[in-house]
Each structure stands twice: as structure tokens, then as C-alpha cells.
Design a protein around this ligand. Structure first.
Ligand code: NAP
Length: 238
């Protein structure tokens, strides 16, 4: 059985990925989010607020029967407050870092401790072009995604040094028509000079639908040649 842990499985990209993986009888998916609307015999929901670090610290990965591979997809993320530094709410800064960067670090660490065996593993971090290019009003979001990229690069060094049977990817999924984009379009222009560009993406039909993006991401999960570059993007193949 191939096991998957997907954070943010209730909506958007995480839900589309979960539904796609559930079409294969050999997969079992644990979906981690605060809400759930998926009901399937190969699926189990784990209700966790991933911005609450005490809860995340206590989370224990379950025992897995006959595992042939174990994949952690750190997908849950929020854009957070779209405002310039100096105007941000302290608690929102902290919860965005927690969800987008600290929780993926904790889960990766715990996954490696829990399954300290030879079973093939993949850690797939859902990053963003925003971690690679600065966008005003998104300081925290950009920093968390840049942090995910660097976390992945260091992890890759460690995997190589120890010859571990583990792969790590930090994958930018492109722009997708999800609730995150709705939040972006509602931002205040005074705090976000790029707002028109994001409104145009939606108007012009430039946002990918989550299922199409999930299909591209599935190629990175199954195709060894797409796993050679740690920092990657769906644009590498689309
Ligand atoms: N959409 C884009 O254009 C785009 C572009 C680049 C990168 N990304 C990245 O893609 C990933 C998925 O984004 P999306 O667009 O699919 O977002 P989305 O539709 O808003 O979905 C976010 C998911 O994260 C979960 N989540 C949010 N806060 C949580 C919390 N405190 N605890 C547990 N789960 C939480 C939500 O579940 P609950 O509300 O049920 O908890 C939901 O399932 C993110 O990492 C995002 O940064 C998206």
C-alpha cells in the first residue's frame, strides 16, 4: 500500500490531489485539516489546526501496515494578511509562519522519526513562485515559501550525505482557481500594487483548475526524472 499524508485536504489543491490519489486502489490517504468533506474507504481524516503548534507537536503518525511508500504533502497554506510591514497584525504574522513553515518542518521531522525504516519516502512541499520573487504586501507569505525552499534544499543535502531512501521536492504549483485567489483579489490596493494583475488572471481564465494542477503534481510523485531538481515548478512540464 502507498500511504499519503496530505495537509489541507478539505479544499482547493489539497482536495483535488486527495481525490485524484483515491482513484488508485493501492493508495491510502490521511487528510489533515480543520474541516472535512471527503468520505472514502481508502481515506481517513485527521482533524488538526495546523497553525496550533502545541497540537502539531503532539501529533503522532500512525502505524502503517504493508507500506511500500510513504508520502507527506505539506500543502496547507494561507496567504495571510496582505499588508505592508508596519501595518501587519502580530498574531496573523505568527499564525501564517506556523501554518506555512513551522508545521511542515515539524511534520517532516516527526515523519522521519516515526518511520525510521527503509521504506521509500517522499516529502513534497507545496511552495510558490512567491517564495522565489518578492511581491509587495506578501512579506510573510513570500518568506514562508522561501523558507520551505531552503528547508527542502538542506534536507536534500542530508538525504545525500546519509544515502537515505527519501526524496524531497519544493514544488511551485502555478496559479490555481481556489479560495486563496479569492482572498488575494479582495486585498486593499493600497497594500498590494499587483492587485489588478490578480483580478485579470481570474477575468482572463488564466487560473488553472485544481484538478488539472493535481494531475501535473501527480507526475512529480510518480516520475523519478521529475524528482531530480529539488526546487521545481509545474511550469517545468506544463
Ligand atoms: N492557489 C494558488 O494560486 C496558489 C499558488 C501558489 C501556491 N499555492 C499553494 O498551494 C497550497 C494550497 O493552496 P490552495 O490555493 O489550495 O488554498 P485553499 O483552497 O485556501 O485551501 C487551503 C487548505 O489549507 C487548509 N488549512 C488552512 N488553514 C489551516 C489550519 N490552520 N489548519 C489545518 N488546515 C488548514 C484548509 O483546510 P481547513 O480550512 O479545512 O482547515 C484547506 O484545505 C498552499 O500552500 C498555497 O500556498 C497556491
Amino acid at each position: 500500500m502507498d500511504y499519503f499524508f496530505i495537509t489541507g485536504s478539505s479544499k482547493g489543491l489539497g482536495k483535488a490531489l486527495t481525490e485524484l490519489l483515491l482513484t488508485d486502489k493501492n493508495n491510502f490517504v490521511y487528510g489533515i485539516s480543520r474541516t472535512n468533506n471527503i468520505n472514502h474507504e481508502q481515506f481517513q481524516h485527521l482533524k488538526i489546526d495546523l497553525a496550533d503548534l502545541d497540537t502539531v507537536k503532539q501529533f503522532q503518525f500512525p502505524k502503517l501496515k504493508n507500506a511500500t511508500s510513504i508520502t507527506l504533502i505539506n500543502n496547507a497554506g494561507i496567504v495571510g494578511d496582505i499588508k505592508y510591514l508596519g501595518n501587519l497584525d502580530c498574531d496573523k504574522i505568527i499564525s501564517t509562519y506556523n501554518l506555512n513553515l513551522i508545521t511542515p518542518t515539524l511534520l517532516t521531522n516527526q515523519l522521519l522519526k516515526a518511520y525510521n525504516n527503509g521504506v521509500k519516502k517522499l516529502v513534497l512541499n507545496i511552495s510558490s513562485g512567491a517564495g522565489r520573487n518578492p511581491i509587495d504586501g506578501w512579506s510573510v507569505y513570500c518568506a514562508t515559501k522561501a523558507g520551505l525552499d531552503m528547508l527542502s534544499l538542506v534536507f536534500k543535502e542530508e538525504i545525500n550525505n546519509k544515502s537515505l531512501n527519501v526524496t524531497v521536492l519544493s514544488l511551485a504549483p502555478g496559479i490555481i482557481d481556489t479560495s486563496m485567489q479569492e482572498v488575494i483579489r479582495k486585498a486593499d490596493e493600497a497594500n498590494f500594487s499587483n492587485i489588478e494583475r490578480f483580478i485579470e488572471y481570474k477575468k482572463n481564465g488564466d487560473l488553472a483548475d485544481p484538478t488539472s494542477t493535481a494531475k501535473l503534481i501527480a507526475k512529480f510523485i510518480s516520475d523519478k526524472t521529475l524528482q531530480e531538481k529539488t526546487i521545481c515548478s509545474v511550469r517545468d512540464i506544463s
